[in-house]
Design a protein around this ligand. Structure first.
Ligand SMILES: NC(=O)c1ccc[n+]([C@@H]2O[C@H](COP(=O)([O-])OP(=O)(O)OC[C@H]3O[C@@H](n4cnc5c(N)ncnc54)[C@H](O)[C@@H]3O)[C@@H](O)[C@H]2O)c1
Ligand SMILES: [Fe+2]
Length: 383
């Protein structure tokens, strides 16, 4: 294969393993921090208090912000950034899921670049260097701790958009599986399906390369082996660890290969109907795989092999069907709601089709050329 010109993002420093989050103060000091803007999710209960204590014990000043909303809106990021700027913070620390980490990325950008955030829509549009950001993920889903973008919701436009490039990603990720133990089963399931979607879309989309493939395939293997265990046996540290490593590797994969039609449908489902990102992806993923399989049967079969399926002796069509059926079964085991069960109204379908066709960048990377009628058919099936 002759590679065309491409750029690869390989992630920052990753500190991984049970208990590693206790080193957060020392790691912040490596970046010369004096005053940390500590952004965290209130849903984490008492845990952030422990992190704040570690920072203070290491001699750091700490300013807290915890008004995080899922599918984080731009106004919240702009408000948080103003608080941080006024206080002259010099390092941002995010503890939470993708919504928290993405908020912190938006804040990092706005600490040294003027608001509004929308002007930076796209990749490489942020001009000024930004202060260091450390992320500690508490979901095993988005991989935002290793990706070079933040996903922002614009409630007034009912849209999600990405801001990415050199000045956006974290300088360090601290991935501690012990912090995932309290993650409730439905969130473990849906955020884990987001991670699986990243890996499958990165592996099957038009921009896949040998670098993204190696991360995507290992991520599919790790996630398929551990997602059900992590969901129904939340204290299983090995399953939590494999999910965290899998979601992180899936993040590296899609940061280099992009995602595809599942995300193009999931984003407007979140922006217009309020669905969580993982649940929106999961509800649509098997239908998009079924739709794409005829144009990428070998890669669909590779996904199945990485999932541990025995596909020997099957025709290509039979093997692809078995792979797609395994994703349907996984959704069922994880109790992922259908679009109808998630409260989506059919009246919004046309807007979602329009968004997916005209606005969502991942559509162009889908392996199969997409039409509006195809998107509508997928939505009808996923209902
Ligand atoms: N930047 C990227 O590369 C990237 C990639 C994919 C998705 N995203 C974005 O990330 C966001 C979704 O992030 P997410 O899926 O991690 O969900 P999230 O951060 O919204 O968290 C989901 C829910 O779980 C709760 N929660 C999180 N950690 C918990 C814990 N340990 N214990 C108990 N409750 C906990 C949160 O309060 C929230 O209610 C979306 O906006 C999505 O578009 C970003
Ligand atoms: Fe995603």
């Amino acid at each position: 294969m002759l590679m065309q010109q491409r750029m690869f993002n390989l992630p920052p420093v990753i500190h991984f393993g049970p208990g590693v989050s206790k080193n957060v103060g020392k790691i912040a000091l490596e970046y010369g921090a004096k005053k940390v803007f500590f952004i965290y999710d209130k849903a984490l209960g008492e845990m952030p208090k422990g992190i704040a204590k570690i920072l203070k014990d290491d001699g750091l000043d700490v300013l807290e912000f915890n008004e995080i909303v899922p599918n984080p809106p731009e106004e919240m990021m702009e408000e948080a950034a103003k608080i941080g700027r006024d206080a002259n913070v010099d390092l941002v620390l995010a503890v939470g899921g993708g919504s928290t980490i993405d908020t912190a990325k938006g804040v990092k950008v706005l600490l040294t670049n003027p608001a509004p955030l929308y002007q930076y829509f796209g990749m490489g549009t942020v001009k000024n260097p930004t202060p260091p950001l450390i992320a500690i993920p508490t979901t095993s889903g988005t991989g935002s701790e290793v990706t070079s973008m933040t996903i922002i919701t614009s409630p007034k436009n009912s849209r999600k958009y990405a801001v990415g490039g050199r000045h956006v990603p974290c300088e360090a990720a601290i991935a501690d599986p012990e912090l995932l133990i309290p993650l409730p089963a439905p969130v473990t399931a849906s955020t884990g399906m987001d991670a699986l979607t990243h890996a499958i879309e990165a592996y099957t989309c038009k921009l896949a390369t040998p670098i993204s493939d190696i991360f995507a395939i290992k991520a599919i293997e790790l996630i398929s082996n551990s997602l059900v265990k992590a969901t129904y046996d939340g204290e299983n540290l090995e399953a939590r660890s494999d999910m965290l490593m899998g979601s992180l590797m899936a993040g590296v994969a899609f940061d280099n290969a992009m995602v595809a039609l599942t995300h193009s449908i999931a984003h407007p489902l979140s922006a217009r109907c309020g669905l969580g990102h993982g649940a929106a992806n999961a509800a649509v993923l098997p239908y998009v795989m079924e739709y794409n399989a005829p144009v990428c049967p070998e890669r669909t079969i590779d996904v199945g092999v990485a999932m541990g399926l025995n596909l020997q002796g099957l025709s290509r069509e039979e093997a692809c069907k078995k792979v797609v059926d395994a994703i349907f079964d996984l959704n069922k085991t994880l109790k992922i709601p259908t679009l109808k069960e998630a409260g989506v109204q059919k009246s919004v379908f046309q807007d979602i089709v329009n968004d997916a066709m005209t606005y969502e960048p991942p559509t162009q990377f889908n392996p199969r050329k997409v039409t509006a009628a195809d998107v509508l058919a997928i939505l009808e099936k996923a209902y």
